[in-house]
Design a protein around this ligand. Structure first.
Ligand SMILES: Nc1ncnc2c1ncn2[C@@H]1O[C@H](COP(=O)(O)OP(=O)(O)O)[C@@H](O)[C@H]1O
Ligand SMILES: [Mg+2]
Length: 284
């Protein structure tokens, strides 16, 4: 029997967790035992054969501490996803790397709170989004009108650090697609649609979650994004929006995405298969 640790956090109030469905599938035939441990606890990580980052949903407020703890865990057991890829995925600057490799991302200007924003001449948008480069769950993500951008009024919203400016995509009202991959193999898809009057798609903000079957074209776009990432990925969630006639990448979630197991009974089977493959490959 292999021992697996699901990394979590102390306060999950207000969050919807469905990883117990994955736990149930993993433990069904006695092949695995799953323990939930808060990432900031002190424990002997060596007793686990694998630690999987799951519901660590307070990390963006304690990012340096979280990253250093992941390195401690990774020095004692196998961590998934690997700490190096988590570090890369931590800061939304990774979108720039993917854009440089030809991935269509949401057009983005990266800026620091201490800098003025340089608007590209070709940007004829009236509304914008600003969001922190280190974020989750739409934390500090707001719409800014053009006049507030030009007058500098947006600065009152900023906290110290790196930020992203993007055109506000009205199409978000039709939803954001999330495609889940285990070991880079497609498992299941959903859409997240904001509640009326909101633009944030997360269910914590009232968003509606529905099953979604991607077209072969969209699947190949998402798969191609993952092939640009040179790392083993036990899990990955690719979030895209259909905007101005094409699919653009909102995020690749490689740290602690909700995996929406409750939406598709096959998803936990796919997840377990990926974990089986991980252990088979370490034996080989
Ligand atoms: N450019 C944008 N246009 C419209 N909505 C956006 C835009 N950027 C972010 N959002 C909304 O804010 C949410 C959070 O942004 P996202 O980039 O996914 O960061 P995170 O999930 O890490 O907080 C998105 O799921 C979407 O609902
Ligand atoms: Mg997101």
């Amino acid at each position: 029997m292999k021992r697996i640790c699901f990394l979590s956090c102390q306060d999950l109030d207000g969050h919807i967790v469905d990883d117990h469905l994955a736990q149930k599938e993993l433990e069904k035939h006695g092949e695995y035992q799953v323990d939930w441990i808060n990432w900031d606890e002190e424990t002997d990580w060596k007793r686990f054969d694998l630690a999987i980052i799951r519901t660590t949903w307070d990390y963006h407020k304690r990012s340096a501490e979280f990253l250093s703890k992941l390195n401690v865990i990774a020095s004692q057991t196998t961590l998934m996803n690997p700490a190096s890829i988590v570090e890369w995925n931590f800061h939304k600057g990774y979108l720039k790397d993917l854009a440089n490799k030809g991935v269509a991302i949401v057009p983005t200007v990266f800026f620091k709170d201490t800098e003025s924003i340089l608007l590209p001449a070709s940007w004829n948008y009236q509304r914008f989004i600003i969001k922190p480069a280190i974020s989750a769950n739409a934390y500090k993500t707001v719409i800014i009108a053009k006049e507030d951008l030009l007058s500098g009024k947006y600065k009152t919203h900023l906290a110290a650090g790196d930020w992203l400016l993007q055109p506000f995509m009205e199409e978000i009202k039709q939803g954001e697609v999330s495609l889940h991959f285990f070991n880079k193999t497609f498992s299941h898809g959903i859409t997240k649609t904001p509640k009326v009057g909101d633009f944030r798609v997360q269910e914590e903000h009232g968003g509606l979650i529905q099953n979604y079957t991607p077209s072969p074209e969209l699947l190949s776009i998402a798969h191609n994004i993952l092939t640009q990432i040179p790392s083993q990925l036990l899990y990955a969630r690719v979030d895209l929006v259909f905007w101005q006639g094409q699919w653009v990448l909102m995020e690749v979630e490689l740290i602690e995405p909700s995996l929406y197991f409750r939406m598709d009974p096959q998803s936990v089977v796919n997840y377990k298969r990926a974990i089986d493959q991980h252990f088979q490959s370490t034996l080989a």
